[in-house]
Design a protein around this ligand. Structure first.
Ligand code: C2E
Ligand code: CA
Ligand code: CA
Ligand code: CA
Length: 277
């Protein structure tokens, strides 16, 4: 369709209009979803030594089940929420929910289990972040060292003083930091070295490419080498096959995460498993 708008001819593709409608629908439904608590968390274990009973940590992943919209994936609604102030409410809901889970289920979880929480770039720049988290830790009686914060590579901006201050403060409090989706952003090695990082998470696209060409195998090898050179633990995400497990284990990849071992599950189901293990 061709529309006359402000003296310019603009083409509106049906696909873009659909996307925009969907976006608007998500934006208008999110506030009620937050109010009515249509969210829940699932947890995906990370295993070490390629063994499903060696669970050292679990990642909290957000789920939105809406009575009207149905199930909306975080891959779809988080980027939309990130463009608004809603991400702040969602982010604090997640932090509080994880801390509450830890306070409630600690005695049933493996010793020293660490929980990873995804932080959006906006959250990481929030001037109230440290004070709010400090308050929540006290409220639930949990320790910072029990948690790891996952930030994506593209969200890092060394120019953002608020972000750097928050990271330093949280790290000093005992939180660990993981760099998520590694290999998809543009961070240079200098930045990587200057951040208080503990973990590098190799993006799923690299893991998927294992065994497809010599080049992609070499790339994974190089990323692992780099992580280890920087003194970081390396975690592979999206591990789905035995071939990937063998390849990554031979490279001393510290932790593996993916459907091959565990799909993300409600905490009750995981607690049942730990009881039996
Ligand atoms: P992410 O942090 O990179 O999370 C990994 C995604 O890969 C998750 O999708 C997970 O369910 C999925 N996954 C795990 N193992 C496999 C596998 O073996 N194969 C495949 N194909 N996928 C696997 P999910 O849960 O849909 O989350 C998508 C993204 O949404 C996350 O990517 C993260 O960026 C964002 N997200 C999820 N929860 C939160 C949250 O609480 N806060 C923030 N800020 N973002 C979140
Ligand atoms: Ca993540
Ligand atoms: Ca990731
Ligand atoms: Ca991702």
């Amino acid at each position: 369709a061709k529309t006359h708008a402000r003296g310019n001819y603009r083409y509106y593709s049906p696909r873009l209009t659909k996307e925009n409608e969907r976006r608007q629908q998500i934006l208008s439904t999110l506030p009620a979803a937050i109010r009515n608590n249509y969210f829940r968390l699932v947890y995906q274990p990370r295993v070490s030594g390629g063994h499903p009973s060696h669970v050292h940590s679990m990642e909290a992943l957000l789920r939105w089940q809406d009575p009207v919209m149905g199930i909306v994936s975080p891959g779809e609604f988080i980027p939309i929420a990130e463009q608004t102030a809603l991400i702040s409410d969602i982010g604090y809901w997640v932090l509080e929910e994880v801390f509450a889970m830890m306070a409630h289920s600690q005695h049933q979880l493996p010793d020293n289990l660490s929980i990873s929480i995804n932080l959006s770039p906006k959250q990481l720049e929030d001037l109230h972040l440290v004070a709010t988290i400090t308050g929540l830790l006290g409220q639930y009686g949990v320790r910072a060292s029990q948690f790891e914060l996952e930030i994506t590579e593209y969200s890092i901006s060394s120019e953002s003083e608020a972000m750097m201050d928050n990271m330093r403060a949280l790290s000093n409090m005992g939180f660990k930091f993981a760099l998520d989706d590694f290999g998809t952003g543009y961070s240079n090695l200098g930045i990587l070295q200057s951040l208080p990082l503990n973990v590098l998470k190799v993006d799923i696209t690299f893991i998927r490419a294992i065994g497809t060409s010599i080049k992609s195998d070499e790339l994974v090898r190089a990323i692992l080498k780099m992580g280890h050179t920087l003194g970081l633990r390396v975690v592979a995400e999206g591990v789905e096959s035995a071939e990937q497990v063998v390849f990554l284990s031979a490279l001393d990849c510290e932790e593996l995460q993916g459907y091959y071992f565990f799909k993300p599950k409600p905490i009750e189901e995981l607690l049942e498993r730990f009881k039996r293990a």
